[in-house]
Design a protein around this ligand. Structure first.
Ligand code: PMT
Length: 222
């Protein structure tokens, strides 16, 4: 039996959109369906890895047979990722994490009052950036969902967040980004474009991405 290129590797994948509570019945979230992250978790397992999936809100149930931890907010996702980070070889951040959350979560349902209302938002912790600062030998893969200047913004993110690879999807493009079964991505490292993939299934994107990561893992002789 041949061993997959990720045999024995510990891979952590985040998927879905975080949910930031406003009050007991209301929240802020985004359009992430979890499909991209789930496809990555499945592909990593297929390539032999020991996979831990951290899933926020998704449209479908997480894949069976993969260790899955459910989280709600960006803060919960941050704590869950930190617990497993030190022991991981590859971390893939496919989740769409809220950049801001309500400053306070109201204990009871907010009542309708004036004609307008203002909700104060505060920044969440940038999980990827924090991992980028802590990393020792972990291979960090970020995603970048962009609507314009995809290449420039993706590369800025890669540098700021100290990632090894960043997967940019232009979410305005047909068949790419949030909710679809397909994606079309550009993958960058610190030197520039590494791989450009036309529209294909998220499963195929996941396989291509992880195969690339496996080739670039630290300590690999090639
Ligand atoms: O779930 P699907 O419907 O299949 O859609 C897939 C997807 C479009 C959600 C996915 O391909 C994708 O692009 N995920 C990242 C979306 C995103 O939040 O991008 P961003 O450019 O805002 O963030 C950049 C990176 O920083 C991401 O890896 C994100 O996980 C991370 N981040 C962002 C904010 C934050 N507070 N913490 C983070 O770790």
């Amino acid at each position: 039996e041949s061993l997959g290129p990720l045999q024995g590797k510990k891979v952590v994948v985040t998927a879905g959109g975080t949910v930031e509570r406003i009050d007991p019945v209301r929240y802020i979230t985004n359009d992430s369906s979890g499909k991209m992250g789930f496809a990555i978790a499945k592909a990593a397992q297929m390539l032999g890895a020991d996979v831990h999936l951290i899933a926020a809100h998704t449209d479908e149930a997480p894949p069976e047979g993969i260790s899955t931890e459910k989280v709600e907010s960006a803060q919960e996702m941050y704590e869950a990722v930190l617990r497993v980070f030190e022991n991981s070889d590859i971390v893939v951040k496919a989740a769409a994490v809220a950049d801001y959350r309500p400053a306070e979560i109201a204990a009871s349902k907010i009542k309708k009052r004036g004609e307008t209302m203002t909700l104060e938002l505060v920044k969440t912790t940038d999980i990827l950036e924090s991992l980028g600062r802590r990393k020792i030998s972990q291979f960090l893969i970020g995603f970048a969902a962009e609507t314009d200047s995809v290449e420039q913004f993706a590369q800025e993110k890669l540098k700021r967040k100290n990632c090894d690879l960043i997967v940019a999807n232009d979410v305005t493009q047909e068949g790419a980004g949030f909710g679809t079964d397909t994606n079309s991505v550009h993958i960058f490292d610190a030197e520039g474009l590494v791989l450009q993939l036309p529209v294909m299934s998220k499963e195929e994107v996941a396989l291509r991405l992880l195969t690339l990561a496996a080739e670039r893992l630290p300590g690999r002789l090639s």
